[in-house]
Design a protein around this ligand. Structure first.
Ligand SMILES: Cc1cc2nc3c(=O)[nH]c(=O)nc-3n(C[C@H](O)[C@H](O)[C@H](O)COP(=O)(O)OP(=O)(O)OC[C@H]3O[C@@H](n4cnc5c(N)ncnc54)[C@H](O)[C@@H]3O)c2cc1C
Length: 378
């Protein structure tokens, strides 16, 4: 096993941090109206296209290590803006990887360069109304009619829904799994109002409906089988949520450490109270263990994808649950100031809740991990 970062990778993380920190200066990236969210996402994606970031884990990048390098870079972006992170990753890493994994040559040529150059924003419609893909097959259906396909279905919680240029809508065509590529403005694509959420306030999330929505048959991708398609989509989501957790823990830990050293009560900085030091030490332990777990998972995903499935579930649960604990302890260190809206720690706490719910939820992951441990899953 080798998941050390090279000098080149460390330099990339530092440059990425400088670039993003400069971009973030004076902006409210995590609490904005729709126009603001769209503007930030398009500017940031175009800026990231000038670095290797968008290509990682999609195309080989000289001197970099695919998903492993990406995991280090994820921490940087997620610590600067969780909202930008989730929006950029949905577009590049889920929409982009859908095309890279399941598109034919013509489809790859059509969408991949646009996504990787940041010219186009993608969204992914997977979850359906009252239906978690871990429990039942998808109900979204495409019917072939000559060289066209008519799609019907409803999707919910679609990140980038209100502003994406293209939607990858996951469903079935006949008895085959299919991914329908639908362009914004296509008749029959009905985008719902932006949903209000407790975290990720700079990301735009909405439901969508497909009603008499007709697209060219050439815009349908066919993954080999439904089981591996949903497992792969969940794997990618889980990886991204791990990356988000690392960024949230970095922000929460660093904010609490600075506060502990600078905030005084009774004439001395609160770090003088031993219990504050214990909290920081537990937070750092969870953060660093999560980093190692995420790196090991990334390394294993590239070397031994089969082995990585259950490992990713274990790591996803560990990282997302740790992110909530670290943010929660950080809020306690900040005391009353931690409970006031608008500070980085309370934002990390609100975002951390999403990691536990989305992708493979902690509950479902634990069932699957248990089944693997008992040899009931292969
Ligand atoms: C902010 C946000 C953004 C999202 N972005 C996207 C997106 O861009 N695209 C997309 O397609 N989806 C997206 N999702 C959906 C997300 O990935 C989950 O699929 C969705 O939140 C699952 O929620 P549900 O309401 O269907 O849960 P339910 O399935 O109703 O689960 C409710 C509870 O029951 C538990 N449970 C359910 N089934 C089992 C089981 N088999 N065993 C044990 N426990 C179980 C769950 O863990 C949970 O505690 C997003 C969700 C949120 C909140």
């Amino acid at each position: 096993m080798n998941y050390d970062f090279s000098e080149k990778e460390f330099s990339f993380f530092i440059e990425l941090h400088q670039l993003l920190a400069k971009y973030a200066e004076g902006k409210k990236l995590d609490d904005c109206d729709l126009a603001g969210s769209e503007n930030n996402l398009r500017q940031a994606t175009a800026m990231l296209a000038g670095t290797p970031y968008l290509k990682l884990a999609i195309e080989p990048v000289d001197g970099f290590n695919g998903l492993l390098t990406l995991t280090g870079a994820w921490e940087v972006l997620a610590s600067i803006s969780p909202s930008l992170y989730i929006s950029v990753e949905t577009s590049a890493r889920i929409f982009g990887r859908i095309i890279s994994a399941w598109g034919d040559d013509v489809q790859k040529k059509k969408w991949l360069p646009e996504i990787l150059s940041g010219k186009v924003i993608g969204a992914v419609g997977l979850s359906e109304e009252s239906l978690n893909i871990d429990n039942a097959p998808l109900a979204t259906l495409g019917v072939l009619n000559g060289d066209k396909v008519e799609i019907s279905g409803r999707k919910q919680y679609v990140v980038n829904g209100p502003m994406a240029d293209w939607f990858a809508v996951v469903g079935n065509m006949g008895d085959k799994p299919a991914i329908f590529m639908v362009e914004k403005g296509n008749p029959g694509l009905i985008i719902g109002a932006r949903s209000a959420t407790i975290g990720y306030g700079g990301a735009a999330i909405s439901p969508l409906e497909l009603k008499n929505c007709v697209i060219p048959a050439a815009n349908v991708l066919f993954p080999a089988d439904a089981k591996s398609m949903t497992a792969t989509l969940r794997l990618w989501e889980n990886q991204i949520l791990m990356g988000a957790s690392l960024g949230l823990m970095k922000t929460a830990f660093e904010s609490a450490r600075t506060y502990a050293k600078t905030h005084k009560t009774g004439g001395k900085p609160i770090i003088a109270f031993q219990e504050i030091g214990f909290k920081l030490s537990e937070m750092l332990t969870l953060f660093q263990t999560s980093q190692l777990f995420a790196y090991r998972t990334a390394w294993t995903s590239e070397k031994d994808p089969k082995e990585a499935e259950s490992l990713t579930l274990c790591a996803k649960v560990f990282c997302t649950e740790s992110a909530e604990q670290v943010a929660c302890e950080a809020m306690k260190i900040l005391g009353g100031a931690g409970y006031l809206s608008g500070n980085a720690v309370e934002q990390a706490f609100r975002c951390a809740k999403y990691g536990q719910i989305a992708g493979t939820s902690t509950e479902i992951a634990r069932v699957k991990i248990g089944d693997t441990a008992l040899g009931l899953r292969n």
